[in-house]
Ligand binder design. Structure first.
Ligand code: CU
Length: 153
């Protein structure tokens, strides 16, 4: 009899803990901006860095701010901005990338781009690379970037 009661109690415990877990699981499905048309420009073999491009759309009810980027395929990832200063093309890191509600961030040749450094393995055209973007306030979004040869554009 005592054992039977213990089983009932543990059954209740499981039921109530899963009820508690529900709001946390819902949070995992919170709205996140999405990467579209992500690609990485394949450079000459042995180049220590590559540039990544694409469009990050925010169709969420709140603005999103990207504060960091990383990739399992690279030792280091930065968001860069290309600017012409005194007639010279210069790149500088973008510390924060804010995307308005229903707005997009455009990463494109000559403008903002991902600087993908220290590839962990040689990449070839057609390979897919994952890039993770960390959001202010905690979330993270993941985008897929396809490696392409510049001539195949
Ligand atoms: Cu750069």
């Amino acid at each position: 009899m005592k054992i039977f009661r213990a089983i009932i109690l543990s059954g209740l415990a499981i039921a109530s803990s899963s009820a508690l877990a529900a709001p946390a699981a819902a949070h995992d499905h919170a709205c996140l901006p999405q990467v579209h048309d992500g690609w990485v420009r394949l450079g000459p073999a042995g180049m220590p860095m590559m540039a990544g491009f694409g469009r990050i759309e925010n169709h969420c009810p709140a603005p999103a701010t990207i504060v960091d980027a990383s990739s399992p395929a690279f030792g280091s990832v930065q968001i860069h901005e290309t600017r012409i200063v005194d007639g010279v093309n210069r790149m500088r890191p973008v510390p924060e990338l804010r995307i308005a509600v229903d707005g997009s961030a455009f990463l494109q040749p000559g403008g903002m781009h991902l600087m993908l450094m220290q590839p962990r393995a040689p990449l070839k055209a057609g390979d897919k690379v994952e890039v993770r973007f960390e959001l202010a306030g905690g979330g993270e979004l993941t985008g897929e970037f396809e490696v392409r040869k510049p001539s195949a554009l």
